[in-house]
Structures are given as structure tokens and as C-alpha cells.
Design a protein around this ligand. Structure first.
Ligand code: AMP
Length: 401
């Protein structure tokens, strides 16, 4: 993949598609600015070469054409100012029009000098972003002689600033930023040449969302640990009663197929041997540790139990490469977070190369305080899952076209 280093960018205007879709708390404070910090190397590289840097990102899902502070990038602009610490100007289009290519944005762009930065408003304020509009993409392309994509987390989407815009650039004027190149190279290298034993930990709510990834992983890994809500479809297929636990009845055959394929490939599958069960989906519900075989009729398994975490620790002991996608339980509720937190500690303690993908899983690892212990935490959830499924991402294909 061609990267920013392959282009001649000195003194030019550079449009960088970033992923500044950061989490905020109920007061609107940015709680985790890793995505902003992760974009800094590319931005600084351009600034050091005297470029005019124009940054663009989406933020959640606003109604197009309607300004709301909640969806504005105003707070991101402030954080960026603190993190970048540039002497030059950091401009932000504060016209509050619920639009992206505004008169003010164009005026700001015209007065920019080398070393200045302009942050455009939330790309999704324009309906053309999600519809992959060529017209909107063309307007955006006027903000940069060079186009850089550094938004790994958005590359699985065919949106105007990711896909359509690349048509307005040539091989000499478009490339991946450092973050995008790092994420893609990391995943492809690990999947191609993992040091063994290679263990995948898969969790989260549903089998359906991860079926293709599971299928691909079965061709690559030595062991798979299955936790979270998705484990119950496998347990049910093995003949256990799972009560009211999350279950995808229509995927029972698929669960069997996955287990058969694992056996044929010599891949060992590990399922929870016990669970934290509760009669309802609530932090206030009474909870019990129960063997997976003994979930009462009206109860549900909301986390893996202590015997399962011990078992999974043993499984991880000799691992040399670990990929983790999906929490082991409903980690958002304290009562059901222990399984995920413990697995996070165990993964962090190994001497393996550890790759964490998926927004929820990254959140688990952050809450557990293990982020710095992991080899690599991907900034993109959906995109990293697509790579695990062995799929090409539309944003990356468009860059290479
Ligand atoms: P996913 O988006 O598929 O990775 O799923 C993440 C979600 O799965 C999180 O919000 C968890 O709360 C949820 N989850 C994990 N384990 C369970 C479980 N045993 N029952 C219900 N939801 C679960």
C-alpha cells in the first residue's frame, strides 16, 4: 500500500480524512482521545513539510443539514489545539450551518498558509457523505492537492470522503496516512505469519455478526476461545439448556458446522464451563455462579464464571499470538464485567503478540488499565472485523485503484 512517504507533499495543501469519532460522557466531555492522538504523526509530518493541512471526520450520526452541538466537531477542535501545540493557526469552521463545504470554510482555506490547520465540520452534516456522492466528494477535493486517508475505522464504509473522493486524485496524489498503513500492515502480517500457538478470543453479543470471522480464523489459529453472548448458541447445540440467555436458534446448525470444521482442522475450541447468571438484565439483579449445564429456565448467562476465566488463563499460557475481538460478558454493568476484565489482565500478562480489535474490546482493555500492555489496539471495530473476515476494505481498494 502506498503511504504518505511515497508522495511529494512539500508545501502543498493536504486533505486528511481522519477518524475523530471519539467517545464522550454524559456531560459531553471527550473520555478517550486516543483516536485524535493516533492521527498526530500524519498531521505533524505534513506540518513539518510546510503543508496546509485540512482535516475532516465524521462524528456519530447527525441528521444531515441540521446543526447540533452534540454532533459538532467543536470539542474535537479544542482537544486538537491542545494536542498539536502548533505555533500556527488552527482554524475551525464555526459557522454552525449544519453543513461542511460552507462559505466560511472556503474563506478560511483561502487565507491558510503553510503550517496552518483547518478542521472542517462533521462530514455527516452533508447527506452526500453517506450516499457516497461524487458531487460532495468533488467539493471536498478542492480542499487538498493531496488526499490522505488515515481513518482506518471508517474504511469499511463506501462514503464520499473515503471512496468517491479518490476518483479526483491520481497515484501521485493519494495515499494512506501512517495510522492506516500501520493498522492494515499489522493485521495482514499477523494473519499471514503468526508465531504459534496462535489463539483467537471471540466474544460479544451475536454469532451472526462474527460468523465469517470465525470461519476465517478456523483456517489460521490453533485455539479459539468463545465467550460472551455468542457462546450460548454453541452450548445449546452441545445439548445444554441455556435458559433465557442470548440464543440464535437459526444458527444452531452453523454452530455445529463451526465445531466440525474446527475438529477437521485440528483447532481446539474452548467454551465457558460456568457463567454468572441472573434472572434479569440488570445491575441490581441477584447473580449466581453456575456451571454452564445448570442455568435455570428463566435465568440468563451474562458473564463467564470464575472457573472459565481460570480455564482460559491456562489456554492462553503458551500463546505466542493472541487476537481478541468481543467482550466475555455484559461488561457495561459492573456485576458482569469481571470475566472480561480478568481475560484482559491474562492477555496483557502473556509474552504473546496481542492484538485487540473492536470498540467494545478496546473499551474493556482501557477500563481494565491494560491498554499499554497490549502490542496493538486497533482504532476500528467494524473495519478490523472485516480484515479478520479476509475481506478487502472499500476505502483501501479505492486508494489502490
Ligand atoms: P458485539 O458488538 O457483538 O461485539 O457485542 C458487544 C456486546 O455484547 C456488549 O455490549 C456486551 O454487553 C454484549 N454481551 C456480551 N456478553 C453478553 C451476554 N452474555 N449476554 C448479552 N449480551 C452480552
Amino acid at each position: 500500500m502506498q503511504t504518505i512517504k511515497d508522495l511529494d507533499i512539500d508545501g502543498k495543501s493536504v486533505f486528511i480524512r481522519c477518524d475523530f469519532n471519539v467517545p464522550k460522557d454524559e456531560f459531553g466531555n471527550i473520555t478517550d482521545d486516543r483516536r485524535i492522538r493516533a492521527a498526530l504523526p500524519t498531521i505533524r509530518y505534513c506540518l513539518d513539510r510546510g503543508c496546509k493541512v485540512v482535516l475532516a471526520s465524521h462524528f456519530e450520526r447527525p441528521e444531515p443539514g441540521k446543526f447540533t452541538h452534540e454532533h459538532s466537531l467543536e470539542d474535537v477542535a479544542k482537544r486538537l489545539d491542545v494536542l498539536l501545540k502548533i505555533k500556527n493557526n488552527l482554524y475551525f469552521d464555526d459557522s454552525r450551518e449544519g453543513a461542511v463545504v460552507t462559505k466560511k470554510a472556503k474563506e478560511l482555506f483561502d487565507k491558510m498558509e503553510g503550517g496552518d490547520v483547518l478542521l472542517l465540520e462533521n462530514l455527516r452534516f452533508d447527506a452526500g457523505e453517506t450516499s457516497n456522492s461524487e458531487e460532495f466528494a468533488k467539493e471536498l477535493s478542492q480542499f487538498g492537492e493531496i488526499y490522505l486517508n488515515d481513518a482506518f475505522g471508517a474504511c469499511h464504509r463506501k462514503h464520499a470522503s473515503i471512496h468517491a473522493i479518490t476518483k479526483f486524485y491520481t497515484k501521485k496524489t493519494k495515499a494512506a496516512g501512517f495510522l492506516l498503513a500501520k493498522e492494515v500492515n499489522f493485521f495482514s502480517r499477523i494473519l499471514k505469519e503468526p508465531t504459534r500457538p496462535f489463539v483467537a478470543i471471540v466474544g460479544g453479543s451475536k454469532v451472526s455478526g462474527k460468523l465469517e470471522a470465525l470461519d476465517q480464523l478456523l483456517d489460521k489459529v490453533d485455539k479459539i476461545i468463545i465467550g460472551g453472548g455468542m457462546a450460548f448458541t454453541f452450548l445449546k447445540q452441545l445439548g445444554y439448556e441455556v435458559g433465557n440467555s442470548l440464543l440464535e436458534e437459526d444458527l444452531l446448525d452453523e454452530a455445529q458446522r463451526v465445531m466440525d470444521k474446527a475438529r477437521a482442522n485440528g483447532v481446539k475450541i474452548y467454551l465457558p464451563v460456568d457463567v454468572v447468571a441472573a434472572p434479569e438484565f440488570s445491575n441490581n439483579a441477584p447473580a449466581k455462579y453456575l456451571p454452564s449445564q445448570e442455568i435455570p429456565e428463566n435465568w440468563m448467562g451474562l458473564d463467564i464464571g470464575p472457573a472459565s476465566t481460570r480455564l482460559f488463563r491456562e489456554v492462553l499460557n503458551d500463546a505466542q499470538t493472541i487476537i481478541w475481538n468481543g467482550p466475555m460478558g455484559v461488561y457495561e454493568m459492573d456485576k458482569f464485567a469481571k470475566g472480561s476484565t480478568k481475560v484482559s489482565h491474562y492477555v496483557a500478562e502473556t509474552h504473546a503478540t496481542t492484538i485487540v480489535g473492536g470498540g467494545d474490546t478496546a473499551d474493556v482493555v482501557a477500563r481494565a488499565g491494560d491498554i499499554d500492555e497490549m502490542t496493538f489496539v486497533s482504532t476500528g471495530g467494524g473495519a478490523s472485523l472485516k480484515l479478520l473476515e479476509g475481506k478487502k476494505l472499500p476505502g483501501i481498494e479505492a486508494l489502490e485503484a
